[in-house]
Design a protein around this ligand. Sequence first.
Ligand code: ARG
Ligand code: ZN
Ligand code: CA
Length: 284
Amino acid sequence: TAVTYTLPVIVHVINDGEAVGVGTNISQAQVQSQLDVLNEDYRNLNPDGSLVPSPFQPLRGDMQVQFVPAALDPSGNPLAEPGIDRVNRTTKGWTAPPYAANGSLAYIEGTIKPGSSWDPDRYLNIWVINLGGGLLGYAQFPDNTAGLGGLSGLGGSAATDGVVILYAAFGRVGTLAAPYNKGRTLTHELGHWFGLRHIWGDDERLSNTCSGSDYADDTPNQAIQNFGCPTYPHVSCANDPSGDMFMDYMDYVDDACMQMFSAAQKDRLQAVMAAGTPRRSILA
Ligand code: ARG
Ligand code: ZN
Ligand code: CA
């Protein structure tokens, strides 16, 4: 039996000291627009769900997760901007961004996250950062208390729990770079945070690209990731006639072309949450 979870979110806006709404110091409206996207996508309320091809319509899943801006800081004081923690990196003594330009996440994982995280038993931590290196975002997986396929050995420490998103790919209003301007990067990365794997099975570097699995039994076996905005159907791994479920949030297509989670992906999320995976069950 599925449960509806309501998670308090804190968005750490890691900025360079710009005025609010300029550059990396994104506006309150931009943050709110991202929460709006999540509350559509994780309740199967996204208007573009109507674009999902008819064979996949019955498979659309309502994840039953809602996201609310945190009202109080860790000391219990009301936040001036609910759900937002603005962090001027110069006052922290942090080096200048971009922080992932050389492909390394070490500075974010070792310095920025531990230096700004709020108790992950009480908040869903989201960092908005100038990443560089073409990276849109990344997530920390849950541990495998739920005992699901595709999660063994994953998870991480409390100080790094959460999701990191490029400031120009966050939300659907404000400082945004097309085609990642509809807020779907966080929809995708939170999918990982809830325990979902890439829909193509992460086997793109193997000789048999039909050998991987996403451990969701209603997503067609798929060769490799899709980019851009594919024309339906895109067939691989003998998954004709409907082909790849490339419009799933766990593929790599453009924001405007991803429109659904599946019922089996919902079951994975619900299993992760129900298992009381550390730093999840308390966020009720
Ligand atoms: N981690 C992936 C990347 O950085 C996220 C891709 C999200 N895709 C999207 N259309 N927003 O490339
Ligand atoms: Zn991913
Ligand atoms: Ca595959």
